[in-house]
Design a protein around this ligand. Structure first.
Ligand code: ADP
Ligand code: MG
Length: 668
């Protein structure tokens, strides 16, 4: 049988192969292959030119082009032209093949920039004006098929194709949001005539992407609400007694958060709550109260942190606080092996261990609890469907509390954490002094060292953070050992300086950290292994070298390693970018508000970079941008949740598509 594509005008055997190479195998594939971008072809006047901005001009060649061979694979073609009585030179690199067609008197259309003189334009594109098409030009980016040729194939396909073009979006949504129908969108996307056409196309595409995403989140939420779990029975008197025994009064935010958590514990479906709050705002204490409550109800708790160091620290904190109340807290890591491990696992299975602390891999391992009721996860932004499934397969439906020190703006939290409940701690415990922060170039290192020496005399400690283990030749990056030598020369030998980085063995790392923690080491030179959660109370100076290498939220996290007590602390962010007038880091001097900082960070780098693209759970959109398309996101999300509750046939079909990603969901 003849391939259906061969019925399209302009497609023969050779073109069929080329289309195949581009994964285009049917008429419908052609129609759905939308341009990846558009070029707007319009000709400007040289009088409208701004230096360093791209402009397209029509000009006439006034003298024969000159070709220079600069070096291997680099040629420079210089053409003198005139437009609107202005004569200038055009420079084109590696376009020697054009020379023969550029005759004196020929009219050309050239696109390029005037850098700082109107006498020379560096061109990116030049065509004879008879070959120049004005208007909006779709760019498909196909292999071996030009945009012009593909446009013709699209025309031919649309002509043949009488497919019904069923719109995936429900009609009422298309009407309500004034979207293009899919059919119109496709036609216009291939043959736009104005910029407003392009806007309408992109709005439709973005909306649909966000709507599908919103549907998925709304479904996940329903999924969680469908699961039944036993409400926790805890001993409220014991819990109150524990809270009273704390050496401080909980802040109002902490009380609210604790209430949120307890309300969840009492519900008959599992908690899935995110607790967000700045570094040092006192999240851990809240989770501790909840953990203790669960233990008083005779269920077990698992606490997981991203690194062993942090897990161990949580272990120490929980043990110190809860052991006096008869709670058995145990640490487990992959380096605990043999008999010791067997004993721990047995005790866990018999319920003799009440709280088990380890890294995020804890739930993946062959570990059996007697009755796991509560999981606390530190510094992880998502607890995905996969992870929940793993627990469920073990027959577990524990309450889950995630803790994050990267607070995020509301819109984004709807997108990232839409399937969870969120509690926030916004105010710091009273008595904290603001960390005095300085952003400066590297030459400030001398005054930093002076400050460090002053603080060491007061029996305080200092952190130095570098982005890499080894400083690389030919870059201005400073590594741990290099910095160590600089410091060792300028800090008295009375004080111990130690190096810490990710390549050390776990045991070594733990030893170094506990020496710092206990004050045997005064200065720690480290890579970002200390980024999250390390709590050395006597540390008062934090210096980050090559600070430009880090995101704002990360720097704010690092700053949170100091100022964890009532003493004045200092933070220095050193970056030679400051010399170049780059003021990206200035916001850190101005504010200590984690929400504000993360918002700026998201603007600068986007959610994937800030949270790690895996962790956000935000799909890679073709067009939509969670931050820029905030308004559309709200519309799409609210439509998605009302559609989910309607029982419209089309809606159900859409939902079923989304369901392929979400197993175990029962649609009634
Ligand atoms: P986070 O987990 O949010 O980074 P932590 O719970 O580790 O913060 O608390 C940081 C420090 O503040 C700890 O030393 C803790 O004991 C102390 N802290 C917590 N809550 C309060 C409070 N309400 N008042 C005073 N200090 C507090
Ligand atoms: Mg913490």
């Amino acid at each position: 049988m003849k391939h259906e594509l061969l019925t399209v005008k302009g497609i023969g055997d050779a073109m069929l192969l080329k289309l195949k190479q581009n994964a285009i195998n049917s008429i419908i594939d052609i129609i759905h292959y939308l341009p990846s971008r558009y070029e707007k072809h319009e000709i400007s006047s040289i009088h409208a030119m701004h230096f360093s901005e791209t402009i397209t001009l029509k000009a006439t060649i006034v003298s024969p082009p000159v070709l220079n061979y600069i070096r291997k694979r680099l040629t420079k073609l210089i053409i003198e032209v005139i437009t609107e009585e202005v004569v200038f030179k055009i420079v084109l690199f590696n376009r020697e093949f054009l020379k023969s067609s550029l005759l004196v008197g020929a009219e050309v259309v050239v696109t390029g920039k005037f850098e700082n003189t109107i006498k020379i334009m560096v061109a990116s594109d030049l065509v004879l004006s008879k070959n120049y098409v004005l208007g909006i030009i779709p760019k498909y980016g196909l292999i071996d098929i030009s945009d012009k040729v593909f446009s013709k194939l699209v025309k031919g396909s649309l002509h043949i194709n009488q497919l019904p073009f069923e719109d995936p979006l429900p009609d009422e949504i298309i009407k309500k949001q004034q979207l293009l129908t899919q059919k119109d969108m496709i036609k216009i996307a291939h043959f736009p005539t104005s910029e407003s056409d392009i806007l309408a196309v992109s709005r439709r595409i973005k909306y649909e992407e966000l709507f599908r995403f919103g549907l998925r989140i709304a479904l996940l939420r329903q999924l969680n609400d469908q699961i039944v779990s036993k409400p926790k029975k805890y001993d409220i008197d014991k819990v109150k007694h524990f809270i009273d025994s704390l050496p401080f009064e909980l802040t109002i935010d902490q009380k609210n958060v604790t209430n949120d958590i307890f309300r969840d514990l009492k519900k008959s479906n599992p908690m899935l709550r995110l607790l967000q709050g700045d570094v040092g705002s006192g999240k851990t204490v809240c989770s501790m109260i909840a953990a203790y409550a669960v233990v008083t109800g005779h269920e077990q708790v698992a606490i997981m942190a991203p690194t062993e160091i942090l897990a161990y620290q949580h272990y120490q904190n929980f043990k110190e606080a809860l052991e006096p109340f008869g709670v058995q807290v145990q640490f487990l890591s992959s380096s605990i092996k043999g008999n010791e491990r067997t004993t721990i696992l047995n005790n866990l299975q018999e319920g003799n261990i009440h709280i088990l602390v380890g890294t995020h891999s804890l739930i993946q391992e062959e570990i059996n609890f007697a009755h796991l009721g509560f999981v606390i996860i530190d510094e992880q932004h998502r607890f995905g469907v996969e992870q929940r499934k793993k627990l469920r397969l073990k027959g577990l439906e524990p309450d889950v509390l995630l803790m994050s020190a990267t607070p995020i703006p509301r819109t984004l939290s709807i997108a990232i954490f839409g399937d969870m409940d969120i509690s926030s701690i916004k105010s710091m415990p009273i008595g904290r002094k603001k960390v005095i922060t300085t952003v400066a170039d590297f030459s400030a290192i001398d005054s930093v060292i002076k400050r460090v020496n002053e603080e060491l005399i007061l029996n305080h400690q200092a952190y130095f953070i570098v982005p890499v283990i080894d400083g690389k030749e030919g870059t201005d990056l400073i590594g741990v050992s290099e910095l160590f030598s600089i410091l060792r020369n300028q800090i008295s030998n009375k004080y111990n300086i130690e190096i810490l980085h990710g390549k050390l063995k776990n045991e070594e790392k733990n030893e170094i950290l506990s020496r710092f923690y206990e004050g045997m080491t005064q200065v720690l030179v480290s890579t970002t292994v200390v980024e999250v959660g390390l709590n050395a109370l006597k540390a008062t100076v934090m210096t980050v070298i090559n600070a430009e290498r880090f995101g704002l939220s990360q720097l704010h996290q690092l700053r949170g390693r100091v100022g964890r007590n009532d003493k004045q602390s200092y933070c220095y962010f050193l970056s030679d970018m400051v010399l170049l007038g780059n003021n990206r880091l200035d916001i850190l001097e101005k504010t200590a508000d984690g929400f504000e900082i993360s918002e700026e960070d998201l603007r600068q780098r986007g959610p994937g970079e800030v949270f790690g693209s895996e962790q956000t759970g935000i799909p890679k959109f073709r067009m939509a941008n969670i931050i820029e398309d905030e308004e559309l996101l709200h519309l799409a999300f609210s439509d998605a949740s009302s559609i989910l509750n309607s029982r419209d046939l089309k809606a159900i079909k859409l939902i079923k598509n989304t369901l392929t990603m979400i197993e175990n969901f029962q649609l009634d």
